[in-house]
Each structure stands twice: as structure tokens, then as C-alpha cells.
Write a protein that binds this ligand. Structure first.
Ligand code: TXA
Ligand code: MG
Length: 339
């Protein structure tokens, strides 16, 4: 299959493919999504096939207007209205009680459905133009870093999907925050573009699911099926290194060798004893989020085999960056010794 690259002006062509049950990779403010009509079981099944995604890992349904929400749900909790008012359109996904209108395959058989209203103008335009809720996971092959530009989508899915709608680079760069409103307390399942601090302020309460900052214990049931799977990983073995820039440089001097690379903050790489790729500024987690996935792909392109990465701070958007890096590193973290 030839994969067409559609320009912004060809948005209607993307909508037409979706209406006819096809798949299109579309830009959102977080990452590119591999979209299909969420109400068409066959189309949704092809998403799983194309990505090589585990059947038990549910998808997010994307809408462009509040009027599209009630038909997807069997109940709208008050907290969902609060969060929609505060953060939609934007990088927030809510897990809510699913209505029978949503095919079971979208939710991998769960009685909940994850819904989000993206803010990217092209994503909104496509959804509005076809008038359909769109199921869309990140448009990467399962397990590899999420795509933050059309070229990343092509690296993974060229020849497997009819089209990519090119909307340039994604502004946020990591996936949406996922919060479940189906339990007794609101629960953060995945940190993202809307911070835990912002959610706490809006809700007054928020539990962070285990699996966000620590690996699940053997046999522990994940709060979100996606937590079970290896994700965001480049081919190299990644280890996070905690400590100052100086401690990091000393650590690298002890661990330098063929195929060893550093993943550091911008301005930090100069003078390191190994080649490096940078991922944003130390004190600006938003720039880290925006650069991280491209940096992981760049390390693959350079043939890195072992990567030591400077550990980001945990506040604000830093929590999302840390979560993605921990998963890329399979939770391997070391402390660089002080002199
Ligand atoms: O920013 C994003 O959220 C992007 C863009 C395209 O919107 N999408 C995205 O989708 O990241 P995906 O499929 O890569 O990640 C969805 C995550 C998975 O970890 C999945 O397990 C979880 O959300 N999820 C989806 N439905 C769920 C549900 N009903 N209950 C619990 N977790 C759910
Ligand atoms: Mg994904």
C-alpha cells in the first residue's frame, strides 16, 4: 500500500478515508494518533493489526464537541464535567463508564472508555468534518517511541496505512494525561500534558496509580492495561542517572566505551567523554517533553547501544517526562556518586 502524505489543505481527504472505514495518522497537540472510526469494529481491528498492539490494550476515543460525549457514556460523573470545563480541549484523557454504543474492541472488553478532546486545530477539523468519534492510539509500532512529527509516523507505518495528515511538530510531545473517574477516588493512570498539580487543584483529590513511577510487582493488576507493556523504548539499553551535571560527567567517564551515548540536557553535552543527544533544558520540563521522543529515535539512528540519561526533575510536566524515561529504561535508575 502506498502511504499518502496529506497537507493541511487536504484535511477533507483524510476525513473521507476515515468515513469509509480507513486509517489515517493525524496530528494532535500531544503526539500523532493512528485514527479510525471508533464505531466501526472492523476499522478499529485494523488499528490493532497495523500497530502490532496487544488485544487487551484499550484505545482512546477522540471527540471535537461536548455533544459527542454523552452517547459514548453510560453515566457522566460530575467530576468529568469539572475536568472537561477546565482542561478540554487539551491533553487530558478521562476513563469513564462506557455505553453500549462503543464497540467492546475499542475498550478491550472493559466496561469503561477513555475519551479525550484534543486541542490541535487539524485534529478537531478532521473529527468535525467526518462527524465521527475517532479511536486513536499513538501512531507508532507498539513498543517504539511515540511519533511527534509525520516523518516519525512514516518510519514506523509507511506502506501499512493509506495516509498521514501532516500537521508539523507536536507542541506537547508526550501523550495525554490519563485519569480514571470510575473508582472511589480520581486516579492518575498516566502523567502527561495536564499536570498532577493541575488535576489536584481542580479535583481536590488525586491518587497516583502504582506503575507510574515504580514497576508493577509480579502478579499486580495494572490500573491501565498499557502499563504492562514495554513502551517508548529505543533499541539501546537505557539507564537513568541521578545527580548533578558534574556527577553525570564523572559517571560517564567511568562507563565510556563503544556504543555508549549520553542523553543530557541542552548545553550539558559539551565536554562529556561520550557522544550525546540532548532533550531540552534542565529547568524547563516542557522543552524536555517536546524533545524526548525525537531524541530517543535519534539515538537509534546513531546506533547507540547503551544510553546513560540524565534524570529529569519530577515537578509539573517533569512527572510525565520521568515516567516515559523510566519506561524507556525499564525502571533502571542509578545514583551518580558525589566526589
Ligand atoms: O495523547 C494521547 O493520548 C495520544 C493521542 C493520539 O491522543 N494517544 C495515546 O494513545 O497515547 P495510546 O493508545 O498510545 O495510549 C492510551 C493509554 C494506554 O496506556 C491504555 O492502556 C490506556 O490509555 N487506556 C485506554 N483506555 C483505557 C481504559 N478504558 N481504562 C484504562 N486505561 C485505558
Ligand atoms: Mg502509545
Amino acid at each position: 500500500m502506498k502511504t499518502r502524505i496529506l497537507k493541511e489543505t487536504e484535511m477533507k481527504e483524510a476525513a473521507r478515508i476515515l468515513e469509509n472505514g480507513g486509517l489515517v495518522a493525524i496530528p494532535t497537540e500531544t503526539v500523532y494518533g493512528l485514527a479510525a472510526n471508533a464505531l466501526n469494529e472492523g476499522a478499529v481491528a485494523r488499528i490493532f493489526q497495523v500497530k502490532g498492539r496487544a488485544q487487551d490494550n484499550p484505545l482512546i476515543v477522540h471527540i471535537s464537541e461536548m455533544s459527542m460525549l454523552p452517547p459514548l457514556l453510560s453515566d457522566i460523573p460530575k467530576k468529568a464535567q469539572t475536568l472537561a470545563k477546565a482542561f478540554w480541549p487539551g491533553p487530558l484523557t478521562m476513563v469513564l463508564p462506557r455505553s453500549p454504543l462503543v464497540p467492546a474492541i475499542v475498550s478491550a472488553g472493559l466496561d469503561t472508555v477513555a475519551v479525550r478532546m484534543p486541542s490541535h486545530p487539524l485534529a478537531r477539523a478532521v473529527i468535525s468534518c467526518c462527524g465521527l468519534p475517532l479511536a486513536a492510539p499513538s501512531a507508532n509500532r507498539s513498543g517504539s517511541p511515540s511519533p511527534t512529527c509525520a516523518a516519525h509516523v512514516l518510519l514506523d507505518l509507511k506502506g501499512k496505512i493509506p495516509a498521514v495528515l501532516d500537521g508539523g511538530d507536536c507542541a506537547v510531545g508526550v501523550e495525554s494525561t490519563v485519569v480514571s473517574l470510575c473508582g472511589s477516588r480520581p486516579r492518575l493512570l498516566r502523567p502527561g500534558g495536564v499536570t498532577a498539580e493541575q488535576l489536584r487543584e481542580a479535583l481536590g483529590d488525586l491518587e497516583v496509580a502504582s506503575g507510574v513511577l515504580h514497576p508493577l510487582s509480579p502478579g499486580e493488576r495494572p490500573a491501565s492495561p498499557g502499563m504492562k507493556y514495554k513502551h517508548y523504548a529505543p533499541r539501546a539499553e537505557v539507564t537513568l542517572v541521578k545527580g548533578s551535571r558534574e556527577a553525570f560527567a564523572r559517571y560517564l567517564a567511568q562507563h565510556a566505551g563503544p556504543g555508549v551515548f549520553a542523553l543530557c540536557f541542552s548545553g550539558d553535552g559539551e565536554g562529556l567523554p561520550v557522544p550525546y543527544v540532548s532533550y531540552g533544558a534542565e529547568n524547563d520540563a516542557k522543552t524536555q517533553a517536546k524533545a524526548l521522543f525525537a531524541a530517543l529515535r535519534e539515538l537509534d539512528r546513531l546506533g547507540a547501544q547503551t544510553v546513560y540519561a540524565r534524570c529529569p526533575h519530577e515537578e509539573g510536566m517533569g512527572l510525565a517526562v520521568l515516567n516515559r524515561m523510566l519506561r524507556a529504561a525499564a525502571f533502571r535508575v542509578v545514583e551518580a556518586e558525589k566526589p
